[in-house]
Design a protein around this ligand. Structure first.
Ligand SMILES: Nc1ncnc2c1ncn2[C@@H]1O[C@H](COP(=O)(O)OP(=O)(O)OP(=O)(O)O)[C@@H](O)[C@H]1O
Length: 344
């Protein structure tokens, strides 16, 4: 049985389109979720406090109509918590705490570590030693700065923000600002401009992963900075894709079918004619080989070729490949008015 985990006052509420807001509130007011009922049970009965949240279903059954836990009489049941991804932030830390703390009676018990009430579950998890400090991230940036260009470091920094949830983003930024901005500091004298350029680079990476700079405790980009530079960065990113010699030479070893497609597409490029092509063939017949040859020749001419695929695995097979959702910022939930945002 999977236990639904939610942040304080964010339990799942089901309602029909026609339901009135007031009725929904009245109906849900006194209702316990699996989690709040778990707290309640712990509060009422000190004997059950020895169980972790995930083990609760082994000993209790969930009564759907009364929204409470009842002692399990017969069959055994294996419980589990619903999966939470580190990128979910606080919900992830709540799950982590619930996997280690027995008998909480309120959310406050989980916010508390070493007798201190912390403002976030993340801080409480950190104080309890359940997560590592940012030292490892900091160490990683120090190591990377020894052999990576600042542009790669900025990408790494953005990746850390998205996937590693640093506890103190501002400190990480302050500690590594010199390495993150090294190239811009050499080119430009204006301190404000350098900071803006570093932030805009990070913002581009974050936005390509559907995150915002404002989601993190980082300085703001000055309002007067040229917003076109975001588009400019994307163009720069495309121009910086390395063209492998092997892919350039692939043109000479295309088989007749591949050559036919290659010539047709390149004719459109050469004569600047728009066109849409659909290349199909059984697995292993050389479609990717052909795409690589096309991408290489177009990029070697100083033109931009965006390589996208619907899956990450397929995108990674092409140099500079990205998923279409990430590249064109395609919303996950589509309706008739959905639009993609990509700067031209
Ligand atoms: N003209 C060619 N000359 C030499 N090797 C080729 C040629 N075409 C394809 N190959 C090789 O054949 C193998 C399969 O090709 P590729 O991965 O391009 O196929 P695919 O059609 O994209 O497959 P899938 O649909 O499974 O992704 C690769 O190792 C590729 O390098």
């Amino acid at each position: 049985m999977a236990l639904q985990i939610h942040l304080p006052n964010q339990q799942l509420v089901r309602f029909k389109d026609a339901d009135r807001m007031g009725d929904i509130v009245d109906r849900e007011k006194g209702k316990n979720s699996m989690l709040t009922a778990f707290f309640k049970k712990n509060k009422e009965d000190s004997n059950v406090r020895k169980y972790l949240c995930k083990d609760f279903p082994k000993h209790f059954t969930w009564n759907r109509s009364n929204h409470c836990w009842r002692t399990r009489e017969h069959k055994s049941m294996i419980g589990r918590l619903v999966y939470a991804n580190p990128a979910e932030g606080e919900r992830y830390y709540l799950c982590l705490l619930l996997c280690h703390i027995t008998g909480p009676t309120y959310f406050e018990d989980l916010y508390t570590a070493n007798g201190v009430l912390h403002p976030t579950f993340q801080k409480a998890a950190l104080e309890r030693g359940l997560i590592e400090t940012d030292d490892n991230l900091s160490q990683c940036l120090v190591e990377a700065s020894l052999f990576q260009f600042p542009s790669a470091l900025r990408r790494l920094f953005a990746m850390m923000l998205i996937f590693c949830e640093p506890g103190n983003v501002r400190k990480l930024w302050d500690d590594h600002y010199d390495s993150l901005s090294e190239d811009y500091r050499k080119q430009y004298g204006c301190v404000e401009r350098v900071q803006n350029m570093v932030l805009i680079d990070i913002r581009v990476f974050l936005e390509s992963m559907s995150k915002k700079l404002s989601d993190y405790d980082l300085p703001n980009v000055s309002a007067h900075i040229d917003l076109q530079s975001i588009g400019y960065r994307e163009v720069q990113e495309e121009y910086s894709i390395n063209v492998e010699n092997e892919d350039l030479l692939a043109r000479d070893s295309l088989n007749p079918d591949q050559k036919f497609v290659y010539d047709e597409i390149m004719r459109h490029v050469d004569e600047n004619i728009s066109g849409v092509f659909f290349i199909d063939g059984p697995g292993g017949t050389g479609k990717t080989f052909l795409y690589k040859a096309l991408l290489a020749i177009i990029r070697a001419r100083g033109l931009i070729a965006l390589a996208t695929a619907t899956s990450d695995v397929a995108a990674n097979n092409m140099p500079g490949g990205r998923t279409a959702h990430s590249r064109f910022r395609i919303p996950l939930n589509l309706d008739n008015n959905s639009m993609c945002k990509i700067t031209k």
